[in-house]
Design a protein around this ligand. Structure first.
Ligand code: OFO
Length: 169
């Protein structure tokens, strides 16, 4: 059984993960509009992966005897000033999520809730990978600068991502 406070915070995180999915789906739509199909594909897969993250929290809350309480999902941004800006936003968002996961781990330890701390370990590792993947994409944008052929090649590279759960670019 988890504490009331932990239940509330895990429900908040469930909402954060659903928002992550919504945000990346919005980025997918932005890239589709720009005819950058590889980036759109990458974001579509990212959105699916975030849904899986949300369901991990959903299932865990139930498994430990808590109550899932769904809240409204915040409206995501709709447009970005450039493809690079969208990925920079994605990186900033992942850093925010890392902060949330770290907060949850701290809370679990302060409550001596070892089961939840163990459950959260997967997310600690996942955040290292997520930040690393998106950082590399942002770095690629910096190398490309204003070169359209570089953008074309990066779009093609990102189109290779084809399975939810695969965070490689
Ligand atoms: Fe992007 O890792 Fe979940 O939110």
């Amino acid at each position: 059984m988890i504490s009331q406070k932990m239940e509330t915070e895990l429900n908040k995180q469930l909402n954060e993960e659903l928002f992550s999915s919504y945000l990346y789906l919005s980025m997918c739509a932005y890239f589709e509009d720009k005819n950058l199909e590889g980036m759109a594909q990458w974001m579509r897969m990212q959105a699916e992966e975030e849904n899986l993250h949300a369901m991990k929290f959903f299932d865990y809350i139930i498994r430990v005897g808590g109550r899932v309480k769904l809240e409204a999902i915040k409206k995501p941004k709709f447009s970005w000033k450039s493809p690079k800006a969208a990925f920079e936003d994605a990186l900033a968002h992942e850093k925010h999520i890392t902060g949330r996961i770290n907060f949850l781990v701290d809370l679990a330890y302060s409550e001596k809730d070892h089961a939840t701390a163990t459950f959260l370990n997967w997310f600690v590792d996942e955040q290292v990978e997520e930040e690393d993947t998106v950082t590399k994409i942002v770095e690629s944008f910096k190398l490309i600068g204003n070169d359209p052929s570089g953008l074309f090649l990066l779009d093609r590279e990102l189109s290779q991502r084809n399975a939810a759960g695969d965070t490689q670019n």
